[in-house]
Design a protein around this ligand. Structure first.
Ligand SMILES: NC(=O)C1=CN([C@@H]2O[C@H](COP(=O)(O)OP(=O)(O)OC[C@H]3O[C@@H](n4cnc5c(N)ncnc54)[C@H](O)[C@@H]3O)[C@@H](O)[C@H]2O)C=CC1
Length: 383
């Protein structure tokens, strides 16, 4: 890898991808069918050549092990779209501080990335290599700069003590945390969290409240089968336990520059950030229409419906509609209502629900650029 390539981001233009973007996308299409092998080889190269980096990753590399590579490939795919790419990478750069990542580690990751691509891309020539070097240089520089800037005013992580633990169903807990120092975030954002029981295994959880005057944070956690962190949080965590939090991230925040209504779809524990968004609109006194569809498998799984109905009672601009699977699935349900042309959409819930929302909502009048969700990396590469 050369170190001389200048970071650069071409102007956004979906119709007219830059030559580098074309080459990068061609490689991505070629490696997609063998993604698992690319991932395995990438980490093998990284740890063989740089054993000192192994300690930054969890002891057991579980199903989330491809997060780093996936993030890099997602970024590469969005090279021509700086509005998406830059905030995504800045978050990623800030978020990597908690792992102990340093600027000096980036070339090692870049070498492993190139090694894995060279091995599995069916077309690889000097031109392609040049495109990838420039792309990775841009990606890493944005991450390094964001981390350095963040270092000026924020810690790499926060300690947070569990102050209450409310088991709402046999497998869903509402957990309240007190961070050891102020934790600035926006309603609709999520954090990454590490428990004392699974060191270096981090998971994402959205905040269930807008920032509160007392500084406390609230999360909704569902224990999922084989979910180490979620099971520990639901079945083991108790008041007094201390967790670690990474910095806030996510762009599913209220756009206060528009009067558009908010169409909010919260599936299961995905209702948590939707509740935070409602509180945010209330605090701004916007009085914009907010239509919440709260989806769950059955009535018992609507564990937060009382809170949502209480909010509906307080705010005339808010409507809350529970949708259980007996009545249908969540994104489909919005078709019976509307019109939605003057709404922005906020989607939070299982990946399949987000995917389906991204498919359906443009057909009911909400174009893709007015749909917000947290699954950029997971939806990358899907048409
Ligand atoms: N910011 C976010 O996007 C957040 C996402 N989540 C995620 O939400 C999920 C919640 O899980 P559970 O409570 O078990 O949800 P669940 O499996 O009980 O489903 C909740 C809702 O999603 C709908 N749904 C499920 N599969 C669907 C599909 N294929 N197409 C359309 N709709 C579908 C269901 O009909 C139901 O209304 C977790 O995966 C969690 O990671 C949780 C909090 C925040």
């Amino acid at each position: 890898m050369t170190e001389t390539a200048e970071p650069r981001i071409p102007p956004a233009s979906a119709q007219d991808p830059s030559p580098d973007a074309l080459l990068v996308r061609r490689t991505l299409a070629e490696i997609a069918p063998v993604a698992d092998k690319v991932t395995g080889y990438f980490y093998a190269l990284l740890f063989i050549h740089h054993p000192e980096l192994r300690g930054l990753f969890p002891a057991a590399m579980d199903t989330q092990r491809d997060r780093l590579l996936k993030a890099l490939l997602t970024a590469a795919e969005h090279m021509d779209d700086p509005d998406t790419l830059v905030p995504y990478l800045e978050n990623l750069g800030r978020g990597h501080r908690k792992y102990g990542t340093e600027a000096a580690h980036y070339p090692a990751v870049g070498e492993a990335l190139m090694g894995a691509l060279v091995r599995y891309a069916s077309t690889w020539d000097q031109e392609t290599e040049g495109a990838w070097v420039r792309t990775y240089t841009t990606i890493s520089q944005i991450m390094i700069d964001a981390a350095a800037e963040d270092e000026e005013h924020a810690p790499p992580w926060w300690h947070a003590e569990v102050v209450s633990h409310d088991l709402r169903t046999p497998d869903i807990a509402v957990i309240t945390l007190r961070p050891d120092q102020p934790y600035p975030f926006l309603a609709g954002q999520y954090t990454t969290l590490e428990t004392p029981w699974w060191p270096r295994v981090w998971r994402h959880y959205s905040f269930a409240s807008a920032p509160r005057p007392d500084g406390l944070l609230s999360l909704h956690v569902k224990a999922v089968p084989a979910g180490w962190v979620s099971s520990a949080l639901v079945h083991r965590a108790r008041p007094g336990d201390v967790l670690r939090l990474g910095p806030p991230a996510g762009s599913m925040t209220v756009d206060h520059s528009t009067d558009n209504g908010l169409l909010c779809l919260g599936g299961g524990t995905g209702i948590a950030p939707i509740k935070a968004l409602v509180e945010d609109v209330a605090e701004h006194g916007d009085r914009r229409p907010v239509e919440v569809f709260y989806g769950a498998r059955n009535d018992q799984d609507l564990y937060d419906i009382d809170t949502m109905l209480r909010l509906q009672k307080n705010f005339p601009w808010l409507s809350v509609r529970p949708v259980t699977e007996r009545q249908g699935r969540l994104p489909e349900a919005v078709r019976q209502y509307g019109p939605w042309a003057e709404y922005d959409a906020y989607l939070s819930g299982p990946l399949a629900m987000i995917r389906s929302g991204v498919d359906i909502l443009p057909a009911v009048g909400i174009p893709a650029d007015r749909i917000r969700h947290d699954f950029l990396a997971e939806l990358a590469g899907t048409p």
